[in-house]
Design a binder for this molecule. Sequence first.
Ligand code: NAD
Length: 479
Amino acid sequence: MEQSYQLFVDGEWMDSISKETFKSYNPATGEVNAVVAKGGKEDIDLAVKAARKAFQSGPWAEMAPSDRGRLLNKVAQELWKKADYLAEVETKDNGLPINENKMIAMPSMIDVLEFYAGLANKVQGETLASPPGRFNYTLKEPLGVVGAIIPWNFPLMLAMWKIAPALAAGNTIVLKPAEQTPISLLEMVKIFKKAGIPDGVINVVPGYGSDAGNALSSHPDVDKVAFTGSTSTGKIIMQAASKNLKPVSLELGGKNPNIVFDDANIENAVNGSMFGIYFGQGQVCASGSRLYVQESIYEQFMEAFIDKAQKIKVGNPLDPTTHMGPQVSEQQLERIEHFVKTGVDQGAKLVIGGERAKVDNGNFFTPTVFENVSSDMTIAKEEIFGPVLSVIKFKDEEDALQKANDTLYGLTSGIWTENLKRAHRMVKGLQSGTVYVNTFSMLDSVAPFGGTKQSGFGRELGIQALDMYTQTKNVWMDL
Ligand code: NAD
């Protein structure tokens, strides 16, 4: 039976002021998962007010950093108890196979909270060299109210990348989840409340991007906007935030090159490249969607790759034996079909897939591989955000580097080689925020993640992310 969800503002559940709702669908079945209150501008106003109040006075504002860390660790302990439940909720919301949710997304999400909980009492300034008769030092202070806008592909994990450093540094936060996947975040804040996070510190206003999202990113009383989503929306958000000169961090799209040299361990490269493109049904910003294979091993590599790709089990994401679940929505399916048609029309060779997979009433798509792709084709340039791989041959290092960097994006890239010197040369030459060597799509709380070029700016995760949620105050004192 479908459930209903309200907004979570100032520690309370409430209807939206307009009383409007929207439906959230299970992408594997097409059934309605839940009816959700649809937040708009006035609801965002209320949430920002609550977050401001909690930032300025009351238990959160007065809490010692060590106690803040302890409280965030308590939330993490509660999250571990509910991790499998949250994984199921999220799988029904966005279709990520349950094993990937249970073994990768949830543990990594909670690890991020623990990592920043441990840093809550290590946010510190410096004593500076001071002239005689003066004392000169810096303080690291929280920014205030953070507005966070979240996409649908890993709703909890990508929300936590913002919640954890923001709260550890003493900020408060208002989150707007994606309209396709609002439920898991609304379930997760119940756990924050139960663990004792004070009212107003974390608020969730589900709603549409052009409405609640726009209100949040342009709100005059929001001190920072943290966004993960598409490059086109990132540009709109930056414009909206510029009205009040608000700092923004943007984690945007990618069209990431994955380069296999002829001295690579072929079996590892095949397995890693498969994970690189098909993990999360290809709906992963870091995915290796442009595969470059050196001419001399091309036939051998592709034969092994296609053989494996054909064995991928597409199906019910709640079945632990499923490798690939559904795409998040009918619109995404149509978008992917459009790219496939464009690939064929522009002369690429469709080797496998390219069509919907008939499983229940869901939004399933088959693992797809295009060969004979050239760099000027749309499928080599634009982010498809689906299980579609574009394969391109290359001659040598120079050719690989030129082709790999020939993109507007710069999020991740991968190289497969047993040659250490070559690996270092490629790492230096590749224009991306992350480079994977003989692996792909790795993440860890300690490792800063983010893009260059039109994949955005700012780094989430790692100690560095605290800089995005703090400001430096310089103090001069006459002695
Ligand atoms: P999207 O940009 O359409 O939506 C993301 C969020 O922005 C949603 O919550 C949406 O409601 C909101 N939004 C939409 N229009 C808005 C507006 N005008 N003002 C304010 N908010 C608005 O992206 P998506 O389709 O949900 O996610 C897929 C995209 O996200 C892909 O491009 C992918 O590469 C990118 N992504 C990037 C990362 C990263 O870390 N770099 C991670 C995951 C996804």
